[in-house]
Ligand binder design. Structure first.
Ligand code: ZN
Ligand code: CU
Length: 486
């Protein structure tokens, strides 16, 4: 049987390209063949198996979510609709010190590790086993995975409330080496959280030694994002210098009212450090945070919304204050009774959020937590919200800059080869969106609404989201810093 041969598998015609490099938009057709961008320019009259008309629309690189907790979701919710529907084609996993590998069968999942894996389904004794599982069961998005220091602690230490011993640090180093060898793009830490709070700076440095010289990153949910933000920044810079590695400050923010406005101090401090070492940062476009539900009263100041609770799913979406009143107990006691649980904290100043988002070097990362029915709306809304609300409506930065913060800048920072910029030869991760209508629709009341204005999402050349619908494709790849055969 004769098959007609086409020049392209997919041709995106008549669109306006914002290529992810921050340069001004231009008119071009984009031709895709065998998962790569094969041609850009005037391609009218060329044949293609599928043609998409993008007249009046923006054609951009697929968005890279620089900060996710999708380690388990890419296996258990492989359609990844909450990300694909926003135009996200690549997720960076393993943030905040927590990754689902390596962990032994039956290993405990102390909070916040349990945010990844509420039903304790998957266990991977090595990082290679995790990446192999992703390769044999791909999800709809590409995955660039990091290993978490808290996970390494859980794997090697019988109790977590103390610094690691010399022997335990060396065991963690071996696990980190294995992860890097397997393709991990960095190590994350979360000394803010109970499983790693007892780790001194020296432990982070000693465990992080294998990062040196590999190009892999040190990515941190810092020890403190409130009263001790400056000290935490200095600790992060010091670790970066001692290891000679690129550091990423995760979800930079200033928590608690007394610290509102201090981004006017932290951002210049970060900029100054950038002159002597490699420093990056990411941010999500909301003034409420979300993580495990704390039981420490100091961490429960202000409005707290219950996002998920294993013993009390019926209370998801309610204010902790109201629950405490109903039960006739303190907020802290109510929080303990809801465990294991996650929550949303209204603890930031909108002006800080805008200043940090607009800071030249800030990448966009959702920090979405893909569990429960009432997640923080950032899980479904982050990228369209930056494009629609912060770039178009509030004019915080031009659309080209907004796209760069979620594509080219992120790919360059994490060293993701041949992604993040629309260029001939690169992987064909592409999003087509309407710059006039794009906006997030998820909010605190209805947090799982898909965004508006995303017209098409292509992952490695495969149409994955069209006309507001998931196409069922699962064309995601494991992305490592260096190109490997997979
Ligand atoms: Zn975090
Ligand atoms: Cu996080």
């Amino acid at each position: 049987m004769a098959t007609k041969s086409f020049t392209f598998d997919l041709l995106i015609e008549n669109g306006t390209v914002i290529d992810g490099s921050k340069k001004p938009r231009f008119e071009a057709d984009v031709g895709i063949l065998n998962g790569r961008i094969a041609a850009m320019g005037d391609l009218s009259g060329q044949s293609a198996r599928i043609t998409l008309d993008a007249a009046g629309k923006i054609v951009a690189p697929g968005f890279i979510d620089s900060h996710t907790h999708d380690d388990q979701a890419v296996l258990s919710q492989p359609d990844m609709t909450f990300k694909i529907s926003q135009g996200v084609t690549t997720v960076v996993t393993g943030n905040c010190g927590i990754s689902i590998a390596p962990l032994r069968e039956g290993a405990p999942m102390p909070a916040p590790l349990n945010l990844l894996d509420p039903d304790n389904s998957a266990r991977f004794p090595t990082f290679a086993a995790y990446l192999d599982a992703l390769r044999s069961n791909p999800s709809a998005v590409n995955v660039a995975a990091m290993v978490g220091h808290s996970t390494l602690r859980v794997m090697t230490m019988p109790e977590l409330e103390r610094p690691a011993s010399v022997g335990e640090m060396s065991a963690m180093r071996e696990l980190l080496e294995e992860a890097l060898e397997a393709g991990a793009i960095g190590m994350s830490t979360g000394t803010y959280y109970p499983p790693a709070a007892a780790a001194p700076t020296e432990e982070l440095i000693e465990v992080g030694r294998p990062l040196t010289g590999t190009g892999a990153l040190y990515v941190t949910h810092m020890r403190n994002e409130g009263d001790q933000s400056m000290e935490s920044l200095e600790e992060t810079f010091r670790i970066g210098r001692e290891l000679d590695v690129h550091v990423v400050i995760s979800h930079h923010k200033l928590m608690r009212q007394g610290n509102f406005g201090k981004s006017t101090i932290t951002l210049p401090l970060i900029e100054k450090a950038m002159q002597c070492q490699c420093v990056s940062l990411d941010c999500y476009p909301y003034n409420a945070s979300s993580t495990m539900l704390h039981s420490d009263p100091l961490k429960l100041e202000g409005r707290v919304l219950v996002a998920s609770s294993v013993p009390h799913p019926e209370l998801q979406g309610r204010d902790l204050d109201d629950i405490a009143v109903d039960w006739g107990v303190s907020k802290a006691e109510a929080a303990s009774r809801l465990q294991p649980a996650s929550a949303i904290y209204f603890s930031m100043d909108e002006q800080d959020v805008r200043r940090i988002l607009a800071f030249e070097h800030t990448m966009i990362g959702s920090d979405g937590i893909p569990t429960g029915d009432r997640p923080h709306p950032r899980l479904w809304g982050t990228f369209p919200r930056v494009l629609g609300r912060y770039s178009r409506d509030l004019r915080l930065f031009p659309l080209e800059t907004a796209v760069w913060k979620m594509t080219g800048l992120t790919a360059r920072t994490f060293g993701l080869p041949e992604r993040g910029v629309l260029e001939v030869g690169n992987h064909a991760d592409v999003v087509v969106f309407d710059a006039d209508t794009i906006c997030d629709r998820a909010d605190y009341q209805t947090p799982t609404e898909a965004a508006q204005g995303i017209e098409a999402v292509i992952v490695n050349g495969v149409p994955t989201w069209l006309n507001g619908m998931h196409q069922g494709a699962r064309a995601g790849q494991v992305v490592s810093r260096t190109q490997r055969e997979s």
